[in-house]
Design a protein around this ligand. Structure first.
Ligand code: E4P
Length: 215
């Protein structure tokens, strides 16, 4: 399973890269806004840290506008994947991007049939949002399981990026159902390393080491 970091914070991206965990990055306008830095500057810097797909989102709502933005974003670096929302206009833009060889990630997917349409339009990546579904009382990961099954039924090549992840259990279930990618906030990435028995085990070994007579 590939791990992407869901952030526009370059320090977090550097840390994850050093841990050898980083296969790609997803950003969105809200994440870039948090950095307080210009959009293109942040995206360009991310391309210098990670050698994998980097999602940068369009903000136009019409297909022509999205396509114009997609072409500009794609010029930044070969690793740019253009994030396009799941709308009818969005799918027009995805279809055109596929013809032009621009990689796309269809975002804001909340039900499996939306994902199926994204695959049909030729999306390289599809991002079902699990946490936001859980927030309104649904089981986001069930939706992902159905989407993964649908894509397998028709042998689509689009890769599923489980997005809007809130906890390690989302990652656990994603791995069990064979989702291609998880995109995780830095905090969740760090929590994946942790187990209380690992910490107490290290403490015990260090304490016992102190008891070993020094030569
Ligand atoms: C994914 O590509 C999105 O950027 C992200 O996962 C949204 O997560 P949120 O629901 O925590 O904002």
């Amino acid at each position: 399973m590939k791990i992407f970091l869901d952030t526009a914070d370059v320090e977090e991206i550097r840390q994850a890269a050093e841990m050898g965990m980083l296969d790609g990055v997803t950003t969105n306008p809200s994440l870039v806004a948090k950095t307080g830095r210009p959009f293109a500057e942040v995206i360009k810097e991310i391309t210098t840290i990670v050698d994998g797909p980097i999602s940068a989102e369009v903000v136009a709502e019409d297909a022509e506008g999205m396509l114009r933005e997609a072409r500009e974003l794609a010029k930044i670096h070969d690793n740019i994947t253009v994030k396009i929302p799941m709308t009818a206009e969005g799918m027009k833009a995805v279809t055109r991007c596929a013809v032009e060889g621009i990689s796309t990630n269809v975002t804001l997917v909340f039900q499996p049939l939306q994902g199926l349409l994204a695959a049909k339009a030729g999306a390289n990546f599809i991002s079902p949002f699990v946490g936001r579904l859980d927030d309104v009382g649904h089981d986001g990961m069930e939706m992902v399981a159905d989407l993964v099954e649908m894509l397998l039924n028709y042998e689509y090549d689009s890769e599923v990026i489980v997005a809007s992840i809130r906890s390690p259990s989302h990652v656990y279930r994603a791995a069990l159902m064979g989702a291609d990618i998880v995109t995780v906030p830095y905090k969740v990435l760090l929590s994946l390393f942790k187990h209380p028995l690992t910490d107490t085990g290290i403490a015990k070994f260090l304490a016992d080491y102190e008891k070993i007579p020094k030569a």
